[in-house]
Design a protein around this ligand. Structure first.
Ligand code: NAD
Length: 473
């Protein structure tokens, strides 16, 4: 077990008070991180404010170089980092590796993004130009399901846009992020990136801090609402990436065998703990029996276990609270007599937060396991008859994050996609996020966007400068 320090003003620091971090595969303590409060936050914010004065004057090329340094530090240490990530998060090694390389790739891809000036008018009377000005000090708050990716997708656009950042990892998964902090300590100018850890109670201190200008948050819808409220005191800018209850729609022309495996992983990657995982699968009645059988058959070959062991496909749930919530949803489905194709028989007394692969056979739309975001290895399969019906059912949700359509007829797939009330829709794939395209949720899945130029703009405000050319002064 090791102690991991915070990054404040270019130095690795601790305050002598510690939080323990568990491995969800065996519930053993694997590391400790500083338990910070207002004092450490004030120090980090003051450092970020000081650093902002110089950082905002840097050129795009200078910022690009620093961000590419972050990408290289992650890539060069990927082996150590992905193992540590599995230890604290639980995901199987191959998926942890994808996250680490994905974060390095994201940083490299976004490093070249720029926000160019826009000329609004250029004639004899006037020159009017819009420039994007960095908002200042950003507070970043991230969840436990993709702790490294989420941290990088906040740090990188903050730096690229000319802001500085104070980032708070989830108390459940801070270790890999703090190890990255140590690796980039001398890559980023002091104070531009500060990473501090603490309980959930550190979150509202960030949201309400008078010297933070913007909050970028990824996490649950319930917390997102609190953040919006907390940020309203001084009208901070906010970007919220929240929960989802994504529908996957399988049309009758889909190839049952091929689609079964892809549908399985669209729900069960990262043990279902993905905001854009397929959480409701609607299958056309003509292929429902064959496809549900094929998915259940595929599931039999997938091992649930410790993510550090070879052959594990689905790891544990990341923390006890979420584990108990998923078990409660499964119990509710049992109590209501819904039919299970796999799972439903968990003995919750063992060590490690393991939930068996759970697939439900056509539960009603109002079942909690359908209507709520499960965020676990649970997949309800439902039958539908017509496109109109399935579009209405897919849209019947407070969430609006993502969705997918599976069909050989891509025109029909796109026609359905255009009627879904979500920020992202995939046709014949899932979970593909383009670092240069906007990613964000509609309805209660979020506010604003991350990624691409749209995401970058959220770290800035537009300033219009007009020069009157024919003025008499
Ligand atoms: P959470 O909301 O419980 O916690 C997220 C972060 O917020 C943590 O760092 C936590 O310490 C902090 N926090 C808790 N209370 C706070 C408060 N009152 N004020 C400020 N910060 C506070 O979410 P979680 O359980 O860690 O993550 C799971 C959720 O995240 C799921 O709903 C999932 O769908 C969502 N998520 C969304 C996306 C997306 O991009 N839309 C991506 C990943 C996860």
């Amino acid at each position: 077990m090791a102690d991991y320090k915070n990054l404040i003003d270019g130095e690795m620091a601790d305050n002598g008070e510690w939080l323990e971090v568990l491995n969800p595969a065996n519930e053993q303590v694997v590391g400790r991180v500083p338990a910070c409060g207002k004092d450490e936050l004030d120090r980090a914010v003051a450092a970020a404010r000081r650093a902002f004065k110089e950082w905002k004057k840097t050129t795009p090329e200078e910022r690009q170089k620093v961000v590419q340094g972050i990408a290289a530090a992650i890539k060069d240490n990927a082996d150590e980092l992905f193992r540590l990530l599995t230890t604290e998060q639980g995901k199987p090694h191959a998926q942890a590796q994808q996250e680490i390389y994905g974060a390095a790739g994201l940083a490299a891809a976004q490093s070249t993004l720029t926000l160019d000036d826009v000329i609004n008018q250029d004639d004899d009377t006037r020159l009017s130009r819009t420039r994007r000005v960095p908002v200042g000090v950003v507070g970043g708050i991230v969840p436990w399901n993709f702790p490294v990716m989420m941290a990088i997708q906040k740090i990188v656009p903050a730096l690229i846009s000319g802001c500085t950042i104070v980032l708070k990892p989830s108390p459940f998964t801070p270790l890999t992020t703090l190890r990255i902090a140590e690796l980039i300590k001398d890559v980023v100018p002091a104070g531009t990136v500060n990473i501090i850890t603490g309980e959930d109670s550190l979150g509202p201190l960030i949201t309400e801090h008078p010297d933070i200008d913007k909050i970028t948050f990824t996490g649950s819808t319930a917390t997102g609402k609190k953040i919006m409220e907390g940020a309203s005191g001084d009208l901070k800018r906010i970007t919220l990436e929240l929960g989802g209850n994504d529908a996957s729609i399988v049309l009758p022309d889909a190839d049952v065998e091929k689609v079964a495996e892809q549908l399985f992983w669209s729900s069960f990657s990262n043990a279902g703990q993905i905001c854009v995982a397929a959480k409701r699968i609607y299958i056309h009645e003509d292929i429902y029996d064959d496809l549900s059988k094929a998915i259940a058959e595929y599931a039999k070959g997938v091992t649930v276990g410790d993510g550090s062991q070879q052959g594990t496909g689905v790891g544990p749930i990341q923390n006890k609270k979420q584990y108990e919530r998923v078990l409660e949803l499964i119990q509710d489905a049992k109590d209501n007599g819904y039919k299970f194709l796999t799972g439903g028989d968990k003995d919750p007394s063992g060590t490690g937060y393991y939930v068996p692969i759970t697939i439900l056979d056509n539960p009603p739309e109002e079942a909690r396991i359908v209507a709520e975001e499960q965020f676990g290895p649970v997949m309800p399969l439902m039958k539908f008859s017509t496109d109109e019906e399935v579009i209405a059912r897919a849209n019947n949700s407070d969430y609006g994050l993502a969705g997918a359509v599976w069909t050989k007829d891509t025109d029909r797939g796109v026609a359905i996609a255009e009627q879904l009330e979500t920020g992202t829709v995939w046709i014949n794939e899932f979970l593909h996020i383009n670092p240069l395209a906007p990613f964000g949720g509609h309805k209660q899945s979020g506010f604003g966007a991350e990624y691409g130029v749209d995401g970058l703009k959220e770290f800035t405000y537009p300033q219009v400068i007009t020069v009157k050319r024919d003025a008499v002064v």
